[in-house]
Write a protein of this length. Sequence first.
Length: 250
Amino acid sequence: MQCAKVIETLPAYLDNALELGRSVELERHVETCAECRRELEQSRELKRNISTAAYHRAPDSLRLAIAKNLAREQAQPVAEPSPVKRTIFRPAAAGFGLAASMTLAFMLGWALKPAASGADTELLDAHLRSLQGEHLTDVASSDRHTVKPWFNGKLEFAPAVADYDAQGFTLKGGRLDYLNSRPACVLVYQRRRHIINVFIQPVADAEFSHASRNGFNIQTFQKNGLNYWLVSDLNPQELAELGQLLNTAK
Ligand SMILES: [Zn+2]
């Protein structure tokens, strides 16, 4: 048996998948060939390490997954209305206090509600999914006359669709998504390089809070029996600007 043939059949030999005659030939060769013997020993050692590593790695990854879940659980905001309100308007509140920002909240018609557990995680997940995949928009158009009819027949409600390009929020298109296992209309806007997903769904039991998480801001309001959620890495002040535009649109 030639050295090259030995090297080629080493994996099969180590897997006990080589026919007996070949195995005998191989063993006879490595007895006399130091180079192939070294190859065999190294391969055997590598195989042993891989199986040992695989055995030990599994509990590690499990531990990591559990730690991640725990961190996620602990990151859930406590359902206390006043800190939530403060968190949302704090960056905008450079010049005015909490009372003033609450007045602003009323003026904007924000429906401030305590966090429903896990709900804004679902929003953020949907937002991130839209950024990662190829599925940001089902209908890509800045023309509201193209975007609005696209939702016809796909939803049991018909949200107003508008472009706010003049105000710096460019309509990118629309998408059908799911929140709480119910279909939701998503309007996608862009501000500079920031994508903003506006999730719209009929008001039901779903109650999401204003929240800031992992650098993403979520704001919500209710209008004409619909819930609107704005999700973006855009700063809260500018996100509230779009919220106001959507909220005051006819
Ligand atoms: Zn050899």
